[in-house]
Design a protein around this ligand. Sequence first.
Ligand code: ADP
Length: 643
Amino acid sequence: MEENIESVEEWVSKLDIETTKDIHVPKLLFDQVIGQDQAGEIVKKAALQRRHVILIGEPGTGKSMLAQSMVDFLPKSELEDILVFPNPEDPNKPKIKTVPAGKGKEIVRQYQIKAEREKRDRSRSIMFVIFSVVLLGIIAAIVLRSITLIFFAIMAAAFLYMAMAFNPVIRNEKAMVPKLLVSHSSTDKPPFVDSTGAHSGALLGDVRHDPFQSGGLETPAHERVEAGNIHKAHKGVLFIDEINLLRPEDQQAILTALQEKKYPISGQSERSAGAMVQTEPVPCDFVLVAAGNYDAIRNMHPALRSRIRGYGYEVVVNDYMDDNDENRKKLVQFIAQEVEKDKKIPHFDKSAIVEIIKEAQKRSGRRNKLTLRLRELGGLVRVAGDIAVSQKRNIVTASDVIAAKALSKPLEQQIADKSIEIKKIYKTFRTEGSVVGMVNGLAVVGADTGMAEYTGVVLPIVAEVTPAEHKGAGNIIATGKLGDIAKEAVLNVSAVFKKITGKDISNMDIHIQFVGTYEGVEGDSASVSIATAVISAIENIPVDQSVAMTGSLSVRGDVLPVGGVTAKVEAAIEAGMAKVIVPELNYNDIILDAEHINRIQIIPARTIEDVLKVALVNSPEKDKLFDRIASIINNAKIIKPQK
Ligand code: ADP
């Protein structure tokens, strides 16, 4: 694991560019997708064969990009326009016709011209009839010498006009013009339709409600038909993220659409007049790309999932990639891409590139990896760009990225910042001096919210020890939300206590309190802190309050690695601690950015003794304690060979 990767600064300094402006951004969307080579190959194959795909992975890692890139590989020249026509036999069952792409508009126009012409002819004949009636009246009046007849003739003409002009059949003659449901031009790429979160009407099509339902003013049914996303995606790609959130009925409908490649459109609102209308089946021959995280896929309609699996591919996308030369270059390409896509922000100079790559290292949460949660990283790029713009600079530098990080902190981080402020004001933790039985533990929040990064907090722990009421019947009394964790931690390491303090904890009541904890704190990794607080209390040796610590303790007293160390160390820095103790096995996981580096002394610990050496204040009691530990260890060494 410890192969030597060049430091980011050094690596960037060797790049043969001034800014990201000098980076070539590929034209094809497929080539813009970073770090998903394997998923990319499969998606490409699926497109060429028109197969469905399930993409599994974390949000913002390129699933919708991959889906969209498929349209460049779908067979072309198959595109079709879809028209809906009135049905003279059954007005509530409009007819559907498909024509080659681009032809739809032409057809509608021809019908319009025809309708116009018929309308003109009709008004001409109406005028002709009226004119004839009036003329006949005048002739009759002259012949019969009667003025009244002229009056009657005019009345008759007016009546005729009214009857004809308001006759619904004549008036609605324009209703014979079909409506274009789905249209393309002959040069269009196959469509990509993102239907994430769409309601039933948008997904499956709808028939609009008609406010005028009678009296010759109603809009004909076929004009009220609206295409759904499944129809708009005909011959293209339909993308649905978080597919499990789709109502089961809609998932069932998609299954039917996949099987039949056709789906009729009907009114989705039961009370509207549209509910009576149902078109002939409308073509919807799309490639489905369903996406989501593991849970989402597990909860999707089983029949739908097995249909896709049977006729396509299931692919897991990466959420991080190796930190190597090639992938760092891709990340630089990513910055260039995001800048060009945004169009408003300036390019990044080398110092800014360094900060972004380091942030990608940090957000991966792993040594020698780079995060692929690029939507969030893209957000950082844009905020940094906005800061440069607001200061009227035409280049983004490191300081913009650092400022952007402060601005675009996730919710959890903002809450943690507030809590640090409040804890400082109310002195729930100290950063100097020494106190018996009080330890600055470290924890993370937001670990269960799927955030790309952890957010650390200081978690003060206080322990107090009193003699048990009855010998051998000591209790562990832990309060606060993390009480159960504390009890378990103390029980787990009771052997360690015995070894270190030489005292049996069954003769004591141990009280443990987590100070001011709140929802969402994950305290699983607090056992080193708990043990330190308890030992300090038992031995009456004060704990240095400028020290914070994290780590999990084995039953033998070894310090085991924990999650979120970088975030915890950052929290210790923000809180103003001078030293932080971390598990030795986590030491390499700590990746600090320019803002945090060299602001705290980081001390790796392998055993609880290593922790106590740093955390307990130097005193005769401490020396005695370590003499005792040493003698126990020496005795153990003498005993061993006899085995
Ligand atoms: P998802 O569908 O996985 O939630 P998207 O594909 O919608 O994520 O990504 C959102 C944005 O984040 C993209 O438009 C792009 O700017 C950026 N992005 C995410 N993943 C990648 C990637 N693998 N390569 C390049 N850009 C990415």
